[in-house]
Design a binder for this molecule. Sequence first.
Ligand code: ATP
Ligand code: MG
Length: 566
Amino acid sequence: MANAPVQRMSQLMAKTLRDDPADAEVLSHKLLVRAGYVRRTAAGMWSWLPLGKKVLANVERIVREEMDAIGAQEVLLPALLPREPYDATGRWDEYGQELFRLKDRKGGDYLLGPTHEEIFTLLVKDQCTSYKDLPVILYQIQTKFRDEARPRAGILRGREFQMKDSYSFDLADEGLAHSYALHREAYQKIFTRLGLDYRICAATAGAMGGSESEEFLAPAAAGEDTFADCPNCDFAANTEAMTYALKPVDAEGVPAPEDIPTPDTPTIETLAASLGVPASATLKNLLVKVDGEIVAVGVPGDREVDLDKVEAHFAPAVVEMVTEADFAGRPDLVRGYVGPQGLPKVKYVADPRVAPGTAWITGANKADTHARNVVAGRDFEVDAYLDVVVVQDGDPCPKCGTGIELDRAIEIGHIFQLGRKYTDALKLDVLGQNGKPVRVTMGSYGVGVSRAVAALAEQTADDKGLCWPKEIAPADVHVVAAGKARQTELALDISDKLAAAGVRVLVDDRAGVSPGVKFTDSELIGVPTILVAGRRAAEGVVELKDRRTGEREELPVDEAIARLTA
Ligand code: ATP
Ligand code: MG
């Protein structure tokens, strides 16, 4: 491979900024814009400038190498897709508002691909007809489109973004498990090579221990996911996937329910205080509307309801909060005093903590009145148990019972054993060994390629700026010419020698820019090694600086070159 030419900052389109962009909320957004890697084009849409494009390409290269290594074959499908396959799987509607839908000049419906399960399934249906054609793993690195509700996190959450998506097609469950395991290992290699700190977390709350779907989460303050980590065992899960075991208890001996007058207790706190009980002894009942129908959600009084979980459970139905108007004409619903006993016409879902046999203080369905000794399963029925409470620090680990710890993280990858959902909908069969058709089973796997760039920035940056791991950095060495003609001459000479030896060089040869600004920029840009042709250039002595540790050393030019090309 030809050596890369020296990148000269005098010619590079990479304007650094002193100040954070006004709309930036997260560190990676601020730094990637300030260091001249990306520019915002519109909400959730980003342009990659030369330095950014290099970093993105480095991530892509690593992803590509590790996918190729497991025998996956790279393809490229269109991003503009027809409606019909997405109708066949139901996703045209189910995907909701995140899907970009559009029409062509003839009025035909199209979409911009958010992921490509349908199209890959059809491609394999077209290409693979016999058991001999399987297994196969296909991947692409491509632009994806999702009309995200809150594209506020810069590159971390684009409405247009780069993803590596792959799909495995196998004849049997064991094959799928193998393809999944191959991906899991490839992802471990990818994220390790990228230099990301990450955890593999259960993403679905399966009885099998969640192995059918796992997420790769990179701990970072800017993360929008929360994961639970057990300090005692190897349990780690996205809190979205955590379930609390239903543990029925014996209600024998609990007296019959009785009303208690409770004026002036508008909140759980005031109620618990006036009765001298902990909030956890009370049952609060949140009313929501699911596709217009009122549903009550019961959780212990000390817990918060996670509306995302409620929505996820009822999706694609639309979940809304009840309003004043919804109480009109409903004498059975007494605002602030709702209890599940005596609500026969309202569907009741509850957290597993409201297990059969547990006794509660809850609303008596009368103004200013609560009821005590209200027992689940005896005094009211739970139509469905749902994990809907916000997981808290210290909740018991589902595996060993130790108090879990919560951390914020960025989802950088997701692997998923889909099974036959898509192959059933699109009727993907191949002829089996016995001549009979076999329904193919499928896995789908994603890496957030552009998101990984931002996640790396989040995890590696310091107060001076970006700080890339070597394999990802836009150059290996950032040569700074302090300013005088002789220094520039030396810097360019060193740069050429390094480049000739295969080192990727970025040289700051800008005229009329002060040395101070150049040093600050070199730290902001974050190339791992900085070489300064400065004060002692005339003697043939340069300074080498490690961007991460800040360690500096003065040494003769030849030695510096020898070190950097070793
Ligand atoms: P999230 O919960 O963050 O929206 P997701 O569950 O929708 O992610 P997948 O559908 O599993 O994500 O997509 C595969 C990968 O693509 C994710 O693991 C993530 O790294 C990346 N990704 C998803 N949405 C975006 C986005 N809007 N911008 C950048 N990367 C994204
Ligand atoms: Mg998403």
